[in-house]
Design a protein around this ligand. Structure first.
Ligand code: ARG
Length: 471
């Protein structure tokens, strides 16, 4: 490296030990304020609790503590109003806020007692993620509601269900939508589970090995709401683990990646359904885009972008795992790289959830096209085999016999329900004159009574269930 670079002003973290500040290009390379500024609210929250705790153990006087709290409050107001001057030479959000506080309130110089940026950043990310998860869960719930509401608007619409993207068996459109509600419910549970491990207080771990000062970690944890259901403080139990643990970030990124994958699959369905070939749904103009060249086009871009964005959310998870895998204990600056991945996963998944929910709220089901597709009698070939089972034939044999009927119908170029009784009986004497009743779709749907099946009553019951439990 031959390029000359002038040293930047010495930040707080270099006082004493260093004769100069870092070279400008080093400062530019290592700053994180350009992205971690968004932790400010939680950084200030953590510092307020730290100040209160220091006052409790006698390191800050009441007066000093009040001055610090007032100073932090003012800084918070300035940041919220966009009036705070962030300085990249102060590296990160923690140094920016502390330096400005100390400039205004001399006692601010005592705030970092027993604290390191290593446990501070772990604290801030946990606090930030706690709020983020709560907000995300609300967005998931909103999408569940949109799915249930679309399903409730069309409870009797039947479409072909697909395996291998080939028509398989009839299902209520509502049943198909409710499959995503189940997936999203598991996503919510995963987030709640993740929250349990996020909600543990690392402050008091110092840089790596705690402190010789009598810090009251329980007090800080209680002040910041790091408590269990009975109000008992939840603390990290190993200072080395606490400052280098990013498992909770990975867990969140993994749960977010799975949400993104679920949304991507839903997007794929929406894209197919909105195609001319399927035409099961129509998306409102305001939630589609046009083509700059082809005047007739109405494209499902929201769904396509959601499908595409799942790639970066999966990528963020892989980045985080890769970031961690070679790290020796304990804190290493590599860990600063976790934030952009984390923020991106959170932001991306949240916007995808919101837009998908809006898209569904602005979509209508095209009943006639669904009915036409679902009236394909081949969808009831399995029902025909079940019919033979009810007449006493072993299923394997029934499967074979119906296969022969399908082949016959195909050869004669006739729909399955138009095969005559005589033709049916030429294949098996188990076919009787009630055989054509199998092709009554409404009856067929009523017959599906087992839990989880797309039966008429079951689907309505599940719709009512979701309506009740989704507040
Ligand atoms: N900005 C850093 C991060 O995001 C925290 C600072 C810790 N830096 C340090 N040199 N110990 O991880």
């Amino acid at each position: 490296m031959t390029r000359k670079s002038s040293p930047s002003p010495s930040p707080v973290s270099r006082s004493g030990r260093f004769a100069s500040g870092p070279a400008a290009e080093v400062a530019a390379f290592s700053e994180s304020i350009s992205f971690d500024w968004r932790l400010w609210r939680h950084d200030i929250l953590g510092s307020c609790a730290q100040a209160r705790m220091l006052a409790k153990i006698g390191i800050l006087s009441r007066r000093e503590c009040s001055a610090i709290l007032r100073g932090l409050e003012l800084i918070a107001r300035e940041i919220a109003a966009g009036r705070f001057q962030w300085k990249s030479e102060l590296e990160d959000v923690h140094m920016n806020i502390e330096a400005e506080l100390t400039r205004r309130v001399p006692a601010g110089a005592k705030l970092h007692t027993g604290r390191s940026r290593n446990d501070q950043v772990a604290l801030d990310v946990r606090l930030w993620l706690r709020d983020e998860i709560s907000a995300l869960v609300i967005e998931i719930k909103q999408l569940q509601r949109s799915l249930v509401s679309l399903a409730s608007r069309h409870p009797t619409v039947i479409i072909p269900g697909y395996t291998h993207l080939q028509r398989a068996q009839p299902v209520f459109f509502a049943h198909h939508l409710l499959a995503y509600v189940e997936m999203l419910q598991r996503d919510r549970e995963r987030m709640a589970d993740c929250l349990g491990r996020v909600n543990i207080c690392p402050l008091g771990s110092g840089a790596i090995a705690g402190s010789t000062l009598p810090l009251d970690r329980e007090e800080i944890a209680r002040l910041l709401g790091f408590v269990d259901s009975r109000g008992r403080p939840r603390l990290t139990q190993n200072s080395m683990d606490a400052v280098s643990d990013r498992d909770f970030v990975v867990e969140f990124a993994a749960a977010a990646a799975l949400i993104a994958v679920h949304l991507s699959r839903l997007s794929e369905d929406v894209i197919l359904w909105a195609s001319t070939e399927f035409s099961f749904i129509s998306i409102a103009d305001s939630y589609t885009t046009g083509s700059s060249l082809m005047p007739q086009k109405k494209n499902p871009d929201i769904a396509e972008l959601t499908r595409g964005k799942s790639g970066r959310v999966i990528g963020n998870l892989v980045s985080l795992l890769t970031l961690l895998k070679g790290l020796p204990m304990t804190y290493n600056r590599d860990l600063q790289e976790d934030k952009e991945r984390l923020f991106d996963s959170a932001d991306t998944v949240r916007s995808c959830l919101r837009l998908m929910s809006a898209l569904l709220d602005h979509s209508t089901v095209l009943d006639a096209r669904c009915r036409a597709a679902a009236s394909d009698p081949l969808l009831l070939a399995t029902d025909l085999a079940d019919y033979l089972v009810r007449k006493g034939m072993p299923f394997r044999k029934a499967h074979h016999a119906v296969g022969a009927v399908v082949a016959l119908a195909e050869k004669n170029r006739q729909p399955l329900n138009r095969v005559s009784l005589l033709e049916f009986q030429s294949i098996s004497s188990f076919f009787a004159k009630d055989v054509h009743q199998v092709f009554d779709l409404d009856r067929a749907m009523l017959r599906r009574t087992a839990t989880g099946s797309p039966g008429t009553r079951g689907v309505l019951a599940r719709l009512r269930y979701w309506d009740r439990v989704l507040p």
